[in-house]
Ligand binder design. Structure first.
Ligand code: MRU
Length: 366
């Protein structure tokens, strides 16, 4: 069994994809081969891979691998288009709350349609498609670096009278939840790199312990100064320690700025408001869903009760106990100070306008 710590959630080269099994961390470092979209669906559904951005990248690359390795079975451009569209739409159903896989599927299907009409050569069509799907890897990484820079700069600017800052974060939003660097944890990494981080507090993130298993693993690996707290300690922490900002990730941000993120985020936002601590959401624009007006329209995933009642197969509660296990909650825009994206930091109420402006400038001819 390989035990060396690694922060590489995904390994890819054309035709070969493997993912770090996050269910086995931090005890074991095991990579699982993903050969088909069905393999990816199962890995996403069981949370061997989790975190909104990496779910999308894993899904897209699984289709690329399956397409590349079964090239010979396609005899027409339309059969490839149909295959890719079906697999992407299937992957969207693996988990309902994060929007990134839906966004990736839309982006690829929009790319397919004009290419399908234009391209006459099947081999070139498949190659162009594989090239496009592979770009998701690089895009995620570049986006995360920018999120880190914008986030760190904003938080430092708003605390210009302090040399070092204390940050609180939740869940895992780092290299394991993305292709690398991370979103909210990317902001923390950037603050640490700028020598502006005193300490990052992070929650265990019950019930699935993405904090104690995964964020802890990343912070220890990168030697970033940290302190772990139970989710229930956040109130006392904010009351007794200087916390300069709370920074969390997002699974889906709606047009009005409401944000779905890991269960427990909402209570942190309420506490932050009470203690007058700025509360930031850090996410790529692929986590923004302008088709939904508010958080009321977001489907919250409910996970099996065993995720609450057991840890590593050991019972924590009596058999037969009834539980409620929503995996995400919604933080209303009114509690959010700023949304940190790869294009800058926006207030929730300007998000839609800014994003539409960006989309227009990216599609209009030069
Ligand atoms: O259930 P998970 O572990 O997939 O939930 C993850 C989160 O809620 C993260 O905060 C979010 O996906 C952003 S990851 C950059």
């Amino acid at each position: 069994m390989q035990t060396e710590a690694t922060l590489q959630a995904i390994r890819y080269q054309r035709g070969v994809l493997s993912i770090l099994d996050q269910l086995k961390l931090p005890d074991e470092t095991v990579y699982i081969s993903i050969n088909t979209a069905d393999d990816a669906w199962k890995a996403i559904h069981t949370m061997s891979i989790r975190g909104a951005p990496i779910i999308a990248v894993c899904g897209v690359l699984s289709v690329a691998v399956e397409l590349h390795n079964s090239k010979s079975k396609f005899d027409s451009i339309s059969s490839v288009t149909q295959f890719v569209t079906d697999q992407l739409n299937y992957l969207v159903t693996a988990r309902p709350t994060a929007v990134n896989m839906t966004d990736a599927a839309k982006t690829i299907i929009n790319f397919l349609t004009p290419l399908h009409i234009k391209q006459k050569n099947l081999t070139i069509y498949i190659d162009e498609l594989l090239d496009f799907m592979e770009q998701f890897l690089q895009r995620d990484l570049i986006g995360n670096r920018l999120i880190g820079q914008y986030g760190a700069a904003t938080i430092c600017r708003n605390n210009s009278n302090k040399k070092k800052l204390n940050i609180l974060t939740h869940c895992n939003t780092g290299s394991l939840a993305t292709v690398g660097f991370g979103t909210a944890l990317g902001v923390v990494r950037q603050l640490a790199a700028n020598n502006a981080l005193q300490i990052v507090y992070f929650t265990e993130t019950r019930p699935y312990n993405q904090g104690s298993r995964l964020t802890a693993y990343e912070l220890v690996h990168d030697r970033i100064p940290h302190t772990m707290i139970c989710d229930s300690m956040a109130g006392l922490l904010m009351r007794t320690q200087p916390i300069h900002a709370v920074v969390v990730g997002a699974d889906r941000i709606t047009a009005n700025g409401d944000t779905a993120n890991k269960i427990g985020t909402y209570q942190l936002a309420v506490l932050a408001k009470h203690h007058q601590i700025p509360f930031y959401v850090a996410a790529p624009t692929t986590s923004i869903d302008l088709t939904k007006r508010s958080g009321d329209e977001i489907i919250i995933e409910h996970r099996p009760s065993s995720e609450m009642t057991t840890i590593k197969g050991i019972n924590l509660a009596p058999e037969g106990v009834q539980v409620w296990n929503p995996a995400f909650d919604i933080t209303p825009a009114s509690l959010i100070t700023g949304i940190i994206t790869e294009h800058g930091v926006f207030q929730p109420d300007e998000l839609e306008e800014k994003l539409l402006g960006l989309q227009q400038s990216l599609t209009s001819p030069l």
